[in-house]
Design a protein around this ligand. Structure first.
Ligand code: NAD
Ligand code: MG
Length: 397
């Protein structure tokens, strides 16, 4: 394990992002336990320079070549070795001196590095839900065959993991689990009337009421596609049948999800909405550690609210259910077309309400196949992106 001092070797994929920031904050509390081996980012040189100076990794990966050159220049006076290119993400996820990998790249771009960590038997702290949505079956098989420890840091899935018995892999019905209650804040537009959604802006959509997150996941929260992706994520992580997952809107984001048992018990995990809790949990598991999170003052909360999701206002939720039901590459196509649609919305090429329309069109156009191999999955992802771009271009004219 780790280096000569027996510290745990860490790779943080997506270190310049919102999850990356939270992960580094927790790690900085335990310099004697964890050694940051590698940090990765796409192209944010300024932030990467800062965190490399603070955390002194052996390796820093910048996927973008030009950004990698600039990073190397700005770190010339340090011992940090700068690598570039997407292949380097897999390299730093599977190195022998790496024990734990935080998979926090956004979108399909995070799939291969998360898989590399799973294949080489790392503890994988998974934030990148898109990896499971794209390739759930193959991903879970790779985790088993690689002897990896998969710990979800998506807050809901971490809450479910904490509320399940440790032997849940024996089969949920055997351990008395009836249902999973997946909570959702409802996003930026929970109370916005349907007729106003047509004209909402990217800034409005990314202003999340409870969580400070990257732009893509913030838009996903606003469309509720995030909850759709999380249904699929929960299905693969815990082996829970689609009809046993109930989405519950809970605007306060204090209960992070619940597990209902056959004897009538419902177990929940509560806490302030702060990603350092699930990250610290997954780092220390099966122990516990201090995360720097404000303690939950239950008297301040006083009231918790719950409501059913509005499926008409948030069609992405229905599309996600349908794609999971359909199986095969359907959810790969859902994920890829969502990424293109969200990017188009953020760049003012698509209205908010057209996000679900575009995804639906792509799902109707691209042929679905059994998701038997990684090649098939990557091809479905590519086809869905091309189709989405063609449909986008035809809208513009
Ligand atoms: P973010 O946009 O803040 O950060 C994304 C990170 O990925 C950055 O470090 C960026 O450099 C890197 N990246 C982007 N494109 C890349 C590419 N093509 N190749 C390599 N690296 C690339 O996103 P985030 O909010 O931190 O979310 C990261 C992941 O965690 C997402 O899958 C998201 O769904 C999940 N997640 C986030 C939160 C949260 O609170 N932010 C909660 C639960 C799950
Ligand atoms: Mg979540």
């Amino acid at each position: 394990m780790g280096d000569s001092e027996n510290r745990i070797g860490m790779t943080i994929l997506g270190a310049t992002g919102s999850i990356g920031r939270s992960a580094l904050d927790v790690l900085s509390r335990y310099p004697h336990q964890y050694k940051v081996v590698a940090l990765t980012a796409n192209n944010n040189v300024k932030r990467m320079t800062e965190i490399c100076r603070t955390h002194q990794p052996k390796l820093a990966v910048m996927v973008n070549e030009v950004a990698a050159e600039r990073l190397a220049t700005s770190l010339a006076d340090t011992d940090v070795q700068v690598l570039s290119g997407a292949e380097s993400l897999e390299y730093v996820s599977s190195r022998e001196d790496v024990d734990y990998v935080v998979a926090a790249i956004v979108g399909a771009a995070g799939l291969l590095s998360a898989l590399a960590a799973a294949k080489t038997g790392k503890r994988v702290l998974l934030a990148n839900k898109e990896a499971l949505v794209m390739s759930g079956d193959i991903f879970m098989r790779t985790v088993r065959e690689g002897g990896a420890e998969l710990l979800p840091i998506d807050s809901e899935h971490n809450a479910i993991f904490q509320s399940l018995p440790t032997n849940f892999r024996d089969g949920l019905s055997r351990v008395g689990v009836k249902r999973i209650l997946l909570t959702a804040s409802g996003g930026a537009f929970r109370t916005t009337p349907l007729e106003l959604l047509d004209s909402v802006t990217p800034d409005q959509a990314t202003a999340h009421p409870n969580w400070d997150m990257g732009r893509k996941i913030s838009v996903d929260s606003a469309t509720m596609m995030n909850k759709g992706l999380e249904i699929i994520e929960a299905h693969w992580l815990f082996g829970v049948p689609i009809h046993d997952i109930q989405v519950v809107i809970h605007p306060e984001s204090v209960i992070h999800s619940m597990v209902a048992y056959s004897d009538g018990s419902v177990l929940a995990q509560l806490g302030n909405p702060d990603m350092r809790t699930p990250i610290a949990h997954s780092l220390a598991w099966p122990e516990r550690c201090e995360a720097g999170v404000e303690p939950l003052n239950i008297l301040d909360i006083a009231q918790l609210n719950f409501e059913a999701p509005d499926m008409q206002k948030f069609p992405c939720l229905g599309l996600a259910y349908e794609s999971l039901q359909e199986g095969g590459t359907s959810s790969t196509i859902l994920n890829a077309s969502n990424e293109v649609a969200v990017d188009a919305f953020l760049n003012n090429r698509l209205k908010f309400t057209q996000i679900s329309e575009l995804i639906e069109q792509v799902l109707q156009t691209v042929e679905k196949r059994p998701a038997d191999s990684l090649e098939i999955i990557l091809e479905a992802d590519r086809q869905a992106r091309v189709t989405a771009e063609v449909l986008l271009a035809s809208r513009a004219t």
